[in-house]
Design a protein around this ligand. Structure first.
Ligand SMILES: NC(=O)c1ccc[n+]([C@@H]2O[C@H](COP(=O)([O-])OP(=O)(O)OC[C@H]3O[C@@H](n4cnc5c(N)ncnc54)[C@H](O)[C@@H]3O)[C@@H](O)[C@H]2O)c1
Ligand SMILES: O=C(O)C(=O)C[C@@H](O)[C@H](O)[C@H](O)COP(=O)(O)O
Ligand SMILES: [Zn+2]
Length: 385
């Protein structure tokens, strides 16, 4: 892999602007992002223990009092119990408002670390170090933090922008190919809502991306991944810079998530987020097609592209009532009114409010027509430690 290109810096504007830095071997930049803090808690899952220890040592060498906290892997970190464990630790370590948290890991870890930072003393600094593709292109950027409850996904959370985000592409070298593909679901989402070049790039490199070989991937594949990260981050930065608290525009980032989150809940979080969002996007495309908004070509492109990556595009037909109930707890819902993000065309996202129940059921019938394929959505590939 070629690692000699200069890092890219994307600034997220807002009350407290911050940089998302994308490149290789960036961990040396962490102390400057952490800034004035005296104490730093590095939050990480077991898979990132070595990196977290290295980061803590670097922080100590830069004069900080650094501590590490290992949290459960993946979605099992996003619980009130794990948040309470971290609050307990921060209390025992006498963390004050000038101290900081560093989240190192995938989106589940950065969502948790961000949420604990948002709530501790009503808000302390957090620096995010995403280590999955999904967290780099989406979760770690934008300050949406949260945890799950038994009733649904991300039901408790806060908008709390990070002080900085370090996307060290080097981390992707150890990423499982299904996690790379799960991240591509959010990349493809970004393509459909805002940047058609992303779709062309993914389509042109499906085979290499789908068979992601990590550190052994060809230089060209690394270059494609780097470009996909940069393009996705630029879109996310523009959107959240304009609408941090999701008053309007930011809802476009939720494309595919209304059904996607309901599937994650139904599957007790044994599906990867990206896999569930993949099915959710196919559903949203069917809805838009049936509502007379989206052309057959663009709707079909969803299914073709996502399935070519090995992402699931179907879900079981016997769970519609359960999924519908979960969708009523979606954050875009208003009272009994379901609201969806759909497309008029590529890069033309619009809202579909209160669609007729028969339209919803018909769109879902298209999604549930064929049996699930093997891919990142199948529990067999998912073991949550
Ligand atoms: N806040 C947001 O805006 C936002 C956006 C998108 C998704 N999310 C959330 O992000 C989560 C999904 O994130 P994810 O797909 O990164 O999943 P994840 O955090 O569960 O990570 C997936 C797996 O990859 C492992 N891992 C992480 N980095 C690794 C590396 N470098 N090498 C090897 N293994 C590594 C993790 O330990 C885990 O087992 C969901 O909870 C979703 O709701 C949040
Ligand atoms: O940043 C956003 O805004 C998003 O909606 C990005 C989504 O990819 C992400 O999964 C987010 O966590 C979903 O948020 P939620 O508000 O629907 O829980
Ligand atoms: Zn998402």
């Amino acid at each position: 892999m070629s690692t000699d290109s200069a890092p890219v810096r994307v600034t997220v504007t807002g009350e407290a602007p911050y940089d998302v830095v994308i490149g290789h071997h960036l961990l040396g930049e962490l102390p400057s992002m952490v800034g004035e803090a005296a104490k730093v808690l590095v939050v990480h899952p077991a898979a990132l223990s070595t990196t977290a220890d290295t980061v803590a040592e670097d922080l100590k060498a830069s004069g900080y009092e650094a501590f590490v906290a290992e949290v459960p892997d993946a979605e099992s970190a996003k619980t009130p119990q794990v948040a309470a464990f971290l609050w307990g630790l921060l209390g025992q370590l006498d963390f004050t408002r000038t101290d900081a948290i560093v989240g190192i890991g995938g989106g589940a870890t950065t969502d948790l670390a961000g949420f604990v930072a948002a709530t501790w003393l009503r808000g302390i600094r957090v620096v995010q170090v995403p280590t999955t593709l999904l967290a780099m292109v989406d979760a770690a950027v934008g300050g949406k933090t949260g945890i799950n409850t038994s009733e649904g996904k991300n039901l408790v959370g806060a908008f709390h922008p990070p002080a900085g985000v370090l996307c060290d592409l080097q981390a992707l070298g150890s990423l499982d190919k299904w996690d790379l593909v799960a991240g591509l679901a959010e990349v493809v989402k970004t393509g459909f809502i805002a940047d058609p070049v992303i779709l062309d790039l993914v389509e042109a490199h499906v085979e290499e991306l789908r068979g992601w070989a990590g550190a052994d991937a060809a230089d060209e594949t690394w270059a494609v991944v780097a470009e996909l990260v940069e393009r996705s981050v630029r879109v996310k930065a523009r959107v959240v810079g304009e609408d941090l608290k999701e008053a309007g525009l930011r809802e476009i980032l939720n494309y595919g998530h209304t059904l996607g989150h309901a599937i994650e809940l139904a599957e007790r979080y044994q599906w990867r987020h990206g896999a569930a969002v993949s099915v959710g996007m196919v559903f949203a495309a069917e809805l838009a097609r049936m509502a007379g908004k989206l052309s057959d070509d663009v709707a079909d492109r969803h299914r073709a592209l996502l399935s070519s990556l090995g992402l699931p595009v179907h879900y079981r037909g016997d769970r519609w009532d359960q999924l519908l109930a979960a969708m009523h707890r979606d954050k875009k819902a208003r009272g009994n009114l379901l609201r969806f993000v759909v497309l008029d065309d590529i890069a033309k996202p619009v809202r579909l409010e209160g669609p007729d129940p028969t339209l919803l059921a018909a769109a879902y019938a298209e999604v549930s027509k064929e049996p699930p394929t093997k891919g990142p959505g199948t529990p067999v590939t998912l073991t949550l430690g």
